[in-house]
Design a protein around this ligand. Structure first.
Ligand code: PLP
Length: 473
């Protein structure tokens, strides 16, 4: 910053000493501690000396009050959390880059409590002996899925890795070529298989795999047959895949288990809420799968976790594997997971209580009214350079759940009204929205910046509106 033309210039000798400044910074010292304030004041004074040498230092920049305020803003800027709350108006409800599922209130309270007080994480309260952290949730998981046993690890990628290593190390795992998926963030079935020490045996073709393909691949070194949910794409046209039931039947004839990586994994039939159809974990078990793995923070609506359910003997083997210790979940995850699972015991109330499901099932009329209410406010904040409309659009579930299904939604559509290329103007606006105190993340498509309101619930609306005035100018 240069000196304003009319201000008197100042020299290096006019710069106050750090001791004197520190004397007038008592409240900063109380808040940040003496050594940190001293460091920041020294930095600030060094900057001033550089400006003085270049003849760019104005005398009125040296008032103590002004310097202290600069130090305060440097300190608070440095302390601003890197992980910040944002508004997810992308239309993707389970947005992996924005942290996927939001936790319901019951889970939030349980996590706070687990952070504040010691808990029986691995402590059997009835015997006073050492317990197993899986005991906290395995009954619930079995009740909700019909499985014999269950265990939990850090995420579904970890669940697949652990399962493959525990049951398939140095042996062969048969998978259809149509299911060798890559999930975002470099999770690829062939790579995980290799890291787990299992040899992948691919069968069928990209678009068609038959039961005979699986049967022909079974040999003396086969450990299991595996099916993987095609989470983020769909093969259409001339296609054939073999369902879990048939694969499991073929496996059983050879005395082999069948594993299914369900990806998102739902515990209840979503069609009862008008959502697309997806096989539940229970149906997958009933169809004959011996092990099913799925994520905690996708459709399930809980914390990041990888859940493994299935046959008791296989789960036992999985739990004994040393990788289990390396991939285990912490107490905060378990604290959050238990109440989320418990909500599934009351399906009629789930769409109200489970945040993910509440967002996925928000009534269209709600979102439309909200969009129409917000439209004039955003229009006023943006001025004449943009036009804002309340318009229908489509949301996605996200995180690989039902990738081709779209949910009718409502939102704000912002278009550039002035001259010049609309793309540039929209990108500029998008970055201004991201620079707000609570960043707003939308999406640009077809020369329009879309702000999908599905994930802006009533309780967050006033915070959203309050910061819009900062967009002025
Ligand atoms: C999402 C997904 C994974 C990875 O799950 P994370 O919980 O993100 O580790 C693995 N397999 C499938 C089929 C998935 O959809």
């Amino acid at each position: 910053m240069g000196a304003t033309p009319h201000a008197a210039p100042a020299g290096a000798s006019d710069i106050p000493s750090v001791e004197r400044l520190l004397g007038s910074a008592a409240d900063l010292v109380a808040q940040y501690g003496r050594s940190r304030v001293l460091d920041v004041l020294r930095e600030l004074l060094a900057d001033l000396r550089r400006q003085a040498l270049q003849g760019e230092l104005a005398a009125d920049a040296l008032r103590d009050g002004k310097l202290i305020e600069q130090a305060r803003s440097r300190l608070s800027e440095a302390d601003r959390p890197r992980l910040r709350a944002v508004f997810n108006l992308t239309g993707t409800v389970l947005h992996t880059n924005l942290g996927r599922a939001l936790l319901p209130d019951a889970a939030i309270q349980a996590v706070v409590q687990a952070m504040q007080a010691p808990a029986n994480l691995e402590f059997d309260l009835s015997t006073g002996r050492r317990g197993d952290r899986d005991d906290l949730i395995d009954d619930l998981l079995c009740e909700l899925t019909g499985a014999e046993a269950a265990t939990v690890v850090n995420n579904n990628a970890a669940a697949v890795l652990l399962m493959l290593n525990a049951l398939g190390n140095r042996r062969e795992v048969v998978v259809s070529r149509g299911e060798l998926v890559e999930i975002g963030g470099a999770f690829r079935i062939p790579d995980i298989m290799q890291r787990a020490g299992a040899r992948l045996v691919e069968v069928g073709t990209t678009n068609r795999t038959h039961l005979a393909d699986y049967e022909q691949a079974i040999g003396p070194r086969t450990a299991m047959l595996m099916k993987v949910h095609c989470s983020n794409y769909e093969v259409t046209g001339f296609t054939k895949s073999v369902d879990v039931g048939q694969v499991a039947e073929a496996a059983r004839r050879h005395g082999l288990p069948t594993a299914v990586d369900l990806g998102s994994g739902t515990l209840l039939d979503l069609t009862r809420w008008g959502l697309p159809q997806e096989a539940t974990v229970r149906e997958t078990i009933e169809a004959g799968a011996d092990i099913v793995t799925f994520s905690g923070d996708k459709l399930l609506g809980g914390p990041q976790a990888g859940l493994l359910v299935g046959r008791a003997d296989l789960i036992k083997k999985i739990k004994k594997n040393p990788l289990k210790r390396a991939l285990r979940v912490g107490k905060l995850t378990l604290a959050a997971l238990e109440p989320v699972l418990a909500l599934y015991r009351s399906p009629e109330l789930l769409a109200q209580r489970l945040t993910t499901l509440r967002l996925l099932t928000r009534p269209m009329a709600d979102m439309q009214t909200q969009a129409q209410g917000l439209q004039p406010t955003l229009q006023q904040a943006l001025g004449a350079a943009y036009t804002v409309g309340a318009e229908p659009l489509f949301s996605q579930i996200g995180s690989g759940a039902l990738p081709v299904d779209q949910l009718p939604s409502y939102g704000l559509a912002v278009r550039h009204a002035g001259a010049g290329r609309p793309g540039r103007a929209l990108q500029k606006l998008e970055s201004r929205l991201r620079a707000l105190p609570r960043p707003v993340v939308g999406r640009i498509a077809h020369d329009t910046l879309w702000l999908d309101l599905r994930c802006l619930e009533a309780r967050d609306e006033s915070a959203f509106v309050a910061q819009l005035q900062r967009l002025n100018g």
